[in-house]
Ligand binder design. Structure first.
Ligand SMILES: Nc1nc2c(c(=O)[nH]1)N[C@H]1C(S)=C(S)[C@@H](COP(=O)(O)O)O[C@H]1N2
Ligand SMILES: [Mo]
Length: 218
């Protein structure tokens, strides 16, 4: 009699497992999953990038992080990650092209560099913006670049927060410029009058404008 009850319980258990695995609903897509189709356009993945940064991925602790704007300004401004995210957000699909021959088309979300620069009073002598990163990398642009174009300082790609490998907290979406102008892990922005400042790759033979429709060699 007892053995009958044990067998009965085992049979019910096995049937239960079979029923559950057969009728289990399909995975529910949670928010935070990478978007790969946007307005009919196929995007590349966050994982389609080659990681060949000068010192490898940087892991920034957001508690200790701030973005400093200094140089030819009335007074230096220090912004937290949230201060930047509080600004008007913008989204755009832009393709990054590395000089090594690979590219990645991504939906970027961030704030306009122009809106970040609004935090300071820029001197009339200024004509250059230099970005510095956590790994010692740097790159510079004419000030006009940010006023003649809507250039995004990105904190999300394809709907997910920038992974550390992709430049968390911020990567510059330097539209129409070669990948080496797309500085990641940005920590400081200098307002300058040094038009001939050369960043990391620029001081190693790459063109300072980094214009996509020009040769990347000087
Ligand atoms: N801080 C920092 N930013 C950087 C680099 C770097 O080495 N350090 N490499 C640049 C180059 S050469 C390219 S092509 C892009 C590539 O972005 P990815 O490393 O996310 O693929 O990042 C750019 N930004
Ligand atoms: Mo690159």
């Amino acid at each position: 009699m007892k053995i009958g009850i044990v067998i009965f319980i085992i049979v019910i258990g096995v049937l239960g497992i079979i029923t559950y695995s057969t009728f289990k609903p399909d995975a529910i897509e949670l928010q935070g999953v990478e978007v790969q189709d946007y307005q009919g356009e196929r995007l590349d993945s966050v994982n389609d990038f080659r990681e060949n940064s000068i010192k490898g991925p940087q892991y920034i602790d957001i508690e200790d992080y701030d973005l400093e704007i200094f140089g030819l300004v009335d007074n230096t401004k220090v912004l937290s990650y949230d201060d930047v995210l509080d600004k008007q957000a913008y989204e755009k699909v832009v393709q990054l092209n590395c000089v090594e021959g690979w590219s990645a088309k991504i939906l970027w979300k961030g704030v306009l560099v122009r809106d970040v620069l609004d935090e300071v009073n820029i001197s009339d002598y200024a004509n250059t913006i230099i970005f510095y990163a956590y790994d010692g990398y740097s790159t510079a642009f004419p000030l006009d670049y940010f006023y003649n174009n809507d250039i995004i300082l990105a904190y999300e790609m394809n709907g997910v927060t920038l992974p550390a490998e992709r430049g968390f907290p911020f990567q510059l979406v330097a539209e129409d410029r070669w990948g080496y102008k797309w500085i990641k892990w940005i920590t400081d922005i200098e307002i300058s009058s040094n038009e001939s400042y050369e960043g990391f790759w620029e001081s190693r033979g790459y063109s300072n404008t980094g214009n996509l429709n020009e040769s990347f060699f000087k």
